[in-house]
Design a protein around this ligand. Structure first.
Ligand SMILES: C[S@@+](CC[C@H](N)C(=O)[O-])C[C@H]1O[C@@H](n2cnc3c(N)ncnc32)[C@H](O)[C@@H]1O
Length: 307
């Protein structure tokens, strides 16, 4: 398993809140290999049981957020559309995921299919823009999303390639799969937590889906002044990268808050990186700067019986 020991204290550690000082940042890491609904309240309309079951876990669904994604579901695979920023960020997110999971699960870093043998769930998968490359890297992928239209688009697109046609897509929520006692080696939720009803409960569901000694990866946007200026004012109002109102600044989490709620859910954050955009090259890259977009890798630390 990857060690959480800090190799050095880079400059960013001086500015980190105390509970992040044990987290390895991007520049601490071994060399990075860059690789190129239910809107009906958690009930899958295709499932055999369409009656809403009483659940002990609060729903993660925030209806106005789901409506926004449903309205633009047809554009998931339009590289110039509203999801262009996610498409552009994808190679960078995959580089972080590949590097952390390969080390954690002791996989061959040089393999073209390093995730062979791993069960990975992509929670809030949208149209499948992360699920597909994970499947191409050899993982057995389950993609879930609360918006049925997203799942339909994801399914149609994945069927275009025999490798990705094996992805299991399902319109459901993390908490529903917890009730079904599903477990995965790695649980990934990118750019979802800022859209859910209760981030702490959502993290508990992510943790419950994570197998003993498994990994959890979460990315989101920091609740900082810089994120207000860049992720909302610039991205939504000046550059029109995203539809206006995509993000609510108050729903963002600081890296410290995310680390704390994951810790309370038995996920120990071990590594973190920021994503920074270079306006000259038009590319994203990994960085120690976690002041706007950031990603966290954690491992589940429980007894096997609890796991
Ligand atoms: C910004 S998109 C991110 C999509 C994908 N994870 C990615 O990064 O490419 C957020 C996605 O989360 C989904 N979502 C929002 N709340 C959810 C919930 N409570 N459970 C499952 N999916 C949810 C939305 O429908 C949307 O597809």
């Amino acid at each position: 398993m990857a060690s959480s020991k800090l190799l050095s204290q880079p400059r960013w550690h001086r500015f980190l809140p105390r509970n992040l000082s044990r987290v390895r940042l991007f520049s601490d890491l071994p060399s990075q290999r860059h690789v190129s609904e239910p809107q009906n309240n958690g009930v899958d309309p295709k499932s055999n049981n369409n009656t809403r079951k009483a659940s002990s876990t609060p729903s993660s669904l925030k209806e106005p957020e789901l409506a926004k994604f449903s309205a633009i579901a047809d554009t998931w695979w339009d590289y110039e559309g509203p999801f262009k920023p996610l498409h552009k960020m994808n190679p960078t997110r995959l580089a972080f995921i590949r590097s952390t999971l390969v080390r954690h699960f002791r996989k061959d870093p040089l393999s073209a299919r390093p995730f062979e043998g791993l069960r990975i769930i992509d929670v809030g998968c949208g149209g499948g823009i992360l699920s597909e490359p994970l499947a191409r890297m050899g993982a057995t992928v389950t993609g879930i999303d609360a918006v049925e239209k997203n799942i339909k688009i994801a399914r149609l697109h994945a069927n275009l390639d025999p490798i990705t046609s094996n992805i299991e897509y399902c319109c459901t929520t993390a908490e529903k799969l917890v009730e079904e006692q599903r477990k995965f080696d790695a649980v990934i939720a990118l750019e979802v937590i800022e859209h859910v009803a209760n981030p702490a409960e959502f993290c508990k569901s992510l943790s419950a889906l994570t197998a003993h000694e498994g990994a959890t990866v979460v990315s989101t946007i920091n609740r900082s002044l810089r994120s207000y200026a860049t992720a909302i004012v610039a991205a939504e109002y000046l550059l029109h990268w995203l539809p206006k109102g995509t993000h609510q600044w108050s729903s963002f989490l600081t890296p410290e808050e995310l680390t704390m709620i994951l810790k309370r859910a038995s996920i120990d954050v071990k590594e973190m990186a920021g994503f920074v955009f270079n306006p000259i090259t038009g590319r994203w890259s990994l960085s120690d700067d976690i002041s706007v977009n950031f990603i966290a890798f954690g491992t589940k630390e429980t007894n096997e019986e609890q796991g």
